[in-house]
Design a binder for this molecule. Sequence first.
Ligand SMILES: Nc1ncnc2c1ncn2[C@@H]1O[C@H](COP(=O)(O)OP(=O)(O)OP(=O)(O)O)[C@@H](O)[C@H]1O
Length: 216
Amino acid sequence: MCKAYRSAAETVWAARDVDFTARAGEFVCVYGASGSGKSTLLNLLAGLDAADSGEIRVGGVDVGTADEALRASLRLRTVGVVFQEHNLIEEFTAAENVALPLEAAGLSVAEARGQALDQLARVGLAGLEDRFPWQMSGGQRQRVGVARALTGQRSVLLADEPTGALDSTATKELFELFRKLCDDGVLAVICSHDPRCRDFADTVYEVVDGRLESRS
Ligand SMILES: Nc1ncnc2c1ncn2[C@@H]1O[C@H](COP(=O)(O)OP(=O)(O)OP(=O)(O)O)[C@@H](O)[C@H]1O
């Protein structure tokens, strides 16, 4: 699979001959220099951007040829994304933030809250459901983001520098959570500059000028 950004002045290869497969339960760590193509890779996997050539299959869906409705459905049912900043809605509690995509998918408020509480317990936040983001630590807020990304039985977790705003202890705890979730069957592709990510991963790649080079 290839992806280039072209302008009159230059062509930047953000993904070059990328060829990889990952399975349910696998923790994939991707690292690389700034500008090497990590975010591009995640955006392509999430169907947020389109490749120039090649095929990307996520959970049986060909992301490349899927129309916007199918890609939106993929993000609602299969793939969840976590970013460096938690992107939670400050006026909503943890449970309301996690329930939001479920209500958008058509669940009743009560059903959505029930599933949100299950997901929050899964990420270690039982008892904190009714706190607002500003009443939680950075690590706890990222866990809410992970719970939201996995609602609706989504099983593929993509994260772009999820520990970028966290201290050392919260960083290690988040990697431990990703490991636990993968042991429960989640496929996680985590882009991280933090070398500790590699200690928890099954598979490690370095992105070098858009190429994915195996490091495990
Ligand atoms: N929309 C765009 N238009 C033009 N070039 C782009 C665009 N998006 C990304 N690029 C270029 O593609 C390359 C890969 O960018 P990408 O954001 O994937 O890198 P990254 O490894 O995630 O970097 P960082 O660690 O700094 O976030 C970079 O050279 C970047 O400048």
